[in-house]
Design a protein around this ligand. Sequence first.
Ligand SMILES: C[S@@+](CC[C@H](N)C(=O)[O-])C[C@H]1O[C@@H](n2cnc3c(N)ncnc32)[C@H](O)[C@@H]1O
Ligand code: SF4
Length: 447
Amino acid sequence: MNIAGLAGYDRPVPRYTSYPTAAQFDAEVGPAQHRAWLAELNETSAALYLHVPFCKELCWYCACHTAAVNRAESLEAYAHALGVEIDRVAAIAPELIVGAIQWGGGTPSQLGASRLVAIAERLALRFDRLSGAEISMEVDPRYCDDEVVAAMKEIGINRASMGVQDFDPTVQLAINRVQSIETTEAAVKRLRRAGIAQVNIDLVYGLPFQTLDGLSRTLQAAVALEPDRFAVFGYAHVPWMKQRQALIDTTSLPGPALRAEMAALVARHLGDADYVQIGLDHYARPRDPLATAAATGRLRRNFQGYVVSDSPWVVGLGASAISSLPRGFAQNVASTARYVAVLETRRLATARGLCLSDADRLRGEIIDRLMCVNAADIGSICRRHRVRPAEFLAGIDTLPKLIEDGLVVLERERLSVTDLGRPLVRSVCAAFDGHLATSGGRHTAPV
Ligand SMILES: C[S@@+](CC[C@H](N)C(=O)[O-])C[C@H]1O[C@@H](n2cnc3c(N)ncnc32)[C@H](O)[C@@H]1O
Ligand code: SF4
């Protein structure tokens, strides 16, 4: 049996990059709350996430918070505001130790080399950093020339995540992202020659006009570039959130059964090429730190995907960036203009967030384990949270159906996702989501 034969799992579900998800955030968390939470991070290590919401031009499929911005004044104003925000966070938590830095977007290099360097210098001035910290950046191979690579090297980038999505020209035209294999290969070589040895590739299945044959050829060409890791996402079609996706003809999108076949093809192809599947959508070489972390319980899932970290805390900088802190989540204002304007005052740019309740922590821990390692020791998690496991499990209405359909196994209060259930792990997590029924958010296809 495969998941295409199962009824009742077509309901859109969250991606669970956090629990509760961003759909639950509201204005109850503002700058004052965020400031108090950040102050508690002194002498703690945390990852910094810097969001750059700019690209040279927009791909129509893209769900990231970004816009086509090329004017030097706009880029300069944003870079200045980021510097001010770094100073402000450092004034609140001067002893925070940086455990990792992730530059994301958008396309961070769109800021330009000198602005990237200035921001990195400001970070180095304000915070101590753990030695060997991973410093990663999302990179568009179409705009990864010698100048960009030199700037990346100068600011200490040691991992680059490159967007590919699909190499099929028909798919590329339909998503307005034309990028040849040669361009991609040249970018990989340029990065590696400069000593940026760790390279990840992002692919997407479920794109317009994508076929199993075309996806197979994309996988083959991408594997030939020998990336250290892959992230392979199911296309999230959310035109109510991202107007640009309205340019995509929905009749050209693969349906649920084909998407399920595509997900299986990706897992099979990358497995045969000696990549280990990590969590839902990442693949890494067997000796990659991500694979080791998955085996030793140090794998974490955050808003940027799967990461290896001893410190689960993230401080988000930039428009729309989310801080994930011990007591809750805090998200900056999404509008770039508002972000720049707020940082001209003396405040933080926090617009919304969520204070974690005891129930959120318990359910969040279960969902995190399921998303990271496909299993959760419900008994010990419940006991740690002073909740009776039997009572808790009795309240999970859809658990009997998940067990009956063979998606999960419950043995001595330990829940494991089966091979059959793995592609539907988000639907398994949804069973433990205490907010889903009241969630106003619209979500994405389960596979
Ligand atoms: C910030 S972009 C990558 C960096 C760079 N801007 C580029 O395009 O090469 C992050 C990644 O998110 C993924 N992504 C964006 N929109 C998506 C969507 N609607 N559904 C699934 N994945 C998506 C893509 O794989 C993309 O490479
Ligand atoms: S995929 Fe990358 S380049 Fe394309 S719009 Fe999204 S962030 Fe920009």
